[in-house]
Design a protein. Structure first.
Length: 254
């Protein structure tokens, strides 16, 4: 799809993988709405990116807030592109170290943000895209974000891995569902990437994480995720697929 034929929504857009993708979209002249939490640097980042870039504060699990964000993009130009990166981690075990059952409320919270939030954003964006006339046989494309934890979640990643596996599971079904509306859905499953979360760790730990990747033996760069997102958007036959972007890493139990 010609990414310049409409506007884009990028969630989690204030930092990391999403920011790198938003930068690529803006460089191509695409009117872009960054969606992130009110506490994020989203407004500042939108000013820095320039062009027709705006920031809309929203919790991705809030249907009304997300609807407002996709409406803002639609006002700039017909919404054609979604790149959904927003999410968060959180450590817990099935049974904690004291022998107590895992915290169900915390499990629900992480799954809600990562999986329910993904469905909410996808549904709201696709509903907007479906209203527009096709361009070159397509109305839009939605790029979601899973993780290699969907297959090889490590001990402590229980709710996060569950949610990311859910995103992998919904990808093909959503692509089939939206095919009649000429909207594609694909997912990127990153390995260990150099994001702001990892930036908080000591350099020795970050180097160790990079060494786990067979080749290239380093952390992934956010722009490498962005390049994959742009390739999915560009290629009309990429649909219903989850693509591992991980340098052949296979995570160990811990």
């Amino acid at each position: 799809m010609d990414v310049t034929s409409g506007s884009a929504v990028v969630t989690g857009g204030a930092s990391g993988l999403a920011l790198a993708t938003a930068r690529r979209l803006v460089e191509k002249g695409v009117p872009t709405v960054l969606v992130d939490l009110p506490t994020s640097a989203g407004a500042e980042v939108a000013r820095e990116l320039g062009g027709k870039t705006t920031f809309v504060a929203a919790d991705v699990t809030d249907p009304e807030a997300v609807a407002a964000a996709v409406a803002a993009a639609d006002e700039l130009a017909p919404l054609r592109t979604l790149v959904h990166c927003a999410g968060r981690g959180g450590a817990m075990r099935v049974v904690d170290k004291e022998g107590n059952p895992g915290d169900l409320a915390f499990y629900e919270q992480i799954v809600r943000i990562n999986l329910i939030g993904t469905f909410n954003v996808l549904s709201q964006a696709a509903a907007r895209m479906a209203k527009h006339e096709p361009v070159d046989g397509e109305r839009g494309v939605c790029v979601l974000t899973a993780s290699v934890a969907a297959w090889e979640g490590q001990i402590g990643q229980l709710p996060y891995a569950s949610a990311k596996a859910g995103i992998v599971g919904l990808t093909l079904v959503a692509a089939r569902d939206l095919a009649s509306k000429l909207i594609r859905v694909a997912t990127i499953a990153p390995g260990t990437f150099d994001t702001p979360i990892l930036a908080r760790l000591p350099q020795q730990v970050r180097d160790s994480l990079g060494e786990m990747t067979p080749h290239p033996r380093r952390l992934g760069q956010p722009d490498e995720f962005a390049r994959m997102a742009m390739a999915i958007i560009d290629n009309p036959m990429l649909n219903g697929e989850t693509i591992r972007l991980d340098g052949a890493i296979r995570m160990q139990p811990k």
